[in-house]
Design a protein around this ligand. Structure first.
Ligand code: SAM
Length: 309
């Protein structure tokens, strides 16, 4: 999979990309990330990317031209050229280095970004990060993880000329109901949440399944209400759209706070049931909105009723 990030602050990404799972995914070639400095697509001496808003008002607006030119350069002409054009940037050098070392071939054959009308949305997406966008969710991260190529456009100042949203981007995504000073943090969030879902990126394939917002966990042959034949809810982790269950590690007693006894008794059916109920209780406490669309068994509903006043 390949990500292209359009920004006026390409160095911003050296932090997020250089640590942990993201850095490993880049090193193994599971993902290729290239930042593009929008100032490299300006045509004036001052490398101007912004201008005053029509109609008056505070602040500046990112001009459409550098963004259009940058995305068009990712089209049929091939993105290697563009990466080279921006290679004075330290962050890009690092990424180019890992691309070349790990999987130069995959980079060379990255599918070009098509014009909006011709774009195959099952393979690629151009996304504008915006406080006015649709909420970014785990379900969207899963959808993006199935694509070949994603372009993330980071706004700044008062935002981005609306024609970018209208004519260039496939969707606008927001990472939450607050206003950031720029789209870079939001792009890093989308990148991280998506890359960890790519095959082989997490140590264990099930890790991305049994966690908060995880997919329903019905197995073939399960009774219709999602229980195992012995009556234990199959969604025994935080799967099925709710939050993860609480985790504990050693010591069993920390500063007078013991772990729940059931976790140490070796009875796996009771542990699974406790985890499911703890996840339900936490979801009810912190995110009751998730319960509306969650996959809940009859046993789940009975348990939730015991918690409600
Ligand atoms: N005037 C805009 C508004 O009220 O919606 C806010 C612009 S904000 C200061 C500058 C840039 O930060 C935006 O263009 C966008 O790229 C990014 N941004 C801000 N909040 C965001 C959010 N919640 N999610 C994603 N991107 C965000």
């Amino acid at each position: 999979m390949r990500f292209d990030i359009l920004t006026i602050f390409p160095n911003f990404f050296s932090g997020p990309l250089d640590h942990g799972i993201l850095s490993r995914a880049i090193a193994t070639g599971a993902v290729h990330v290239t930042t593009h400095d929008l100032r490299d697509f300006t045509h004036d001496r001052h490398r101007t990317v912004d201008d005053r808003p029509f109609g008056g008002g505070e602040g500046m607006v990112l001009k459409p031209q550098p963004i259009f030119d940058c995305i068009e350069s990712l089209g049929a002409a091939g993105s290697r050229t563009e990466t080279g054009a921006a290679s004075s940037n330290q962050n890009i050098s690092l990424i180019e280095c890992s691309e070349t070392e790990s999987n130069g071939l995959a980079t060379a054959i990255a599918p070009p970004i098509e014009s909006k009308s011709a774009r195959d949305l099952t393979r690629q997406s151009v996304i504008l990060l915006s406080a006015q966008g649709k909420p970014f969710t785990q379900a969207i991260a899963h959808r993006l993880a199935a694509l070949d190529r994603v372009v993330l456009i980071c706004g700044r100042y008062e935002g981005v000329d609306e024609r970018v949203a209208e004519l260039l981007a496939d969707e606008e995504l927001s990472i939450g109901d607050y206003v950031l000073s720029g789209g870079e943090l939001a792009a890093a969030v989308v990148l991280d949440a998506t890359v960890r879902l790519l095959p082989g990126v997490l140590g264990h394939a099930d890790s991305a399944r049994y966690e908060s917002f995880g997919a329903p966990d019905i197995q073939p042959g399960d009774p219709a209400d999602g229980h195992t034949p012995d009556g234990v809810p199959r969604s025994t982790h935080g799967a099925g759209g709710i939050l993860d269950y609480p985790h504990y590690t050693r010591p069993a007693d920390f500063r007078g706070a013991p772990i729940p006894e059931v976790l140490a008794n070796g009875d796996h059916a009771s542990i699974r049931r406790w985890r499911r109920q703890a996840a339900l209780a936490k979801t009810l406490r912190n995110r009751p909105d998730l319960l509306r669309d969650a996959e809940l068994s009859a046993e789940d509903l009975r348990f939730l009723n015991t918690l409600r006043p």
